[in-house]
Ligand binder design. Sequence first.
Ligand SMILES: CC(C)(COP(=O)(O)OP(=O)(O)OC[C@H]1O[C@@H](n2cnc3c(N)ncnc32)[C@H](O)[C@@H]1OP(=O)(O)O)[C@@H](O)C(=O)NCCC(=O)NCCS
Length: 178
Amino acid sequence: MNCTIRKWKLEDAETLSLLLNNENIMNNLRDGLPYPYTKKDAEEYIQAMLNADPDKTYAFAILCENQVAGSIGVFRQENIHNRTAEMGYYIGEPYWGKGLGTCAVSQICHTIFTKTNIIRIYAEPFAYNTASCRILEKNGFQFEGTLRQNAVKNGQILDMKMYSLIKMDWQAHKREKE
Ligand SMILES: CC(C)(COP(=O)(O)OP(=O)(O)OC[C@H]1O[C@@H](n2cnc3c(N)ncnc32)[C@H](O)[C@@H]1OP(=O)(O)O)[C@@H](O)C(=O)NCCC(=O)NCCS
């Protein structure tokens, strides 16, 4: 299924709160999000994204048939890593399995590599998160290794996987697909 990504709008808050207020999503993300996740929480998040430094934070709503269906962001790192950025994303559960995650990652990589000087995008899914790993692999990300016992989530010690896409490989991957 096709998707588009666009900047957040404050009026997305209600939909965002409905999508994210879901343990099946939260269990796969870092800690720190309130649960239940209210419309006010969503408004605060959107406002923070709109106020953020546009050279460091690239946060987008994922749209499917004009409806907000998920969230994706790329966040520039600091110091010697300032041309590296971490990517995070989720899709609302009603939209799972339709190719939206794969589509959104493709769209944001295109935006980042054509409009910024970032040369490396990385993501660190939990090792058990097969769907997320597949999304990355399908977009040409390279598996760089397992980060053993790298997180404690809901009281469980978990491995994570490091995937990255460097601009050079993205260009080659894009050429292959054309
Ligand atoms: C992970 C997530 C983003 C996947 O999004 P999605 O839009 O359903 O993914 P897609 O439809 O693009 O599917 C991607 C691939 O994963 C596979 N997949 C989807 N769900 C799967 C599952 N539960 N188990 C194994 N593979 C799965 C698909 O079959 C597809 O692979 P294929 O093309 O080889 O068949 C979504 O489930 C989600 O938001 N989960 C909670 C938050 C999260 O995990 N975020 C990522 C943190 S790193």
